[in-house]
Design a protein around this ligand. Structure first.
Ligand SMILES: [Zn+2]
Length: 74
């Protein structure tokens, strides 16, 4: 399951140009839930249902703190 999480995370960078919601220096608080792009490593106590929900939001491009790399200029 850890590998699966990391797979989705990395695919999010590559396929959807997702950025991390915050870079490490910007993170001032921990979210209530963990969108897949929040961390590259799954928190150890994440229940499977949580992961599935996050995965669905991930594909719907609908989750808190979503950011993209800006590839549209030039
Ligand atoms: Zn990442």
């Amino acid at each position: 399951m850890q590998r699966l999480y990391t797979f989705y995370h990395e695919a999010g960078h590559a396929r959807y140009k997702y950025r991390h919601p915050c870079e490490s220096s910007e993170c001032t608080s921990t979210p209530d839930d963990y969108p897949i792009m929040w961390l590259s490593v799954l928190p150890g106590n994440t229940p499977l249902e949580e992961f599935i929900r996050d995965k669905e939001n991930f594909f719907k491009r609908n989750w808190d703190g979503i950011r993209y790399f800006n590839c549209s200029e030039n």
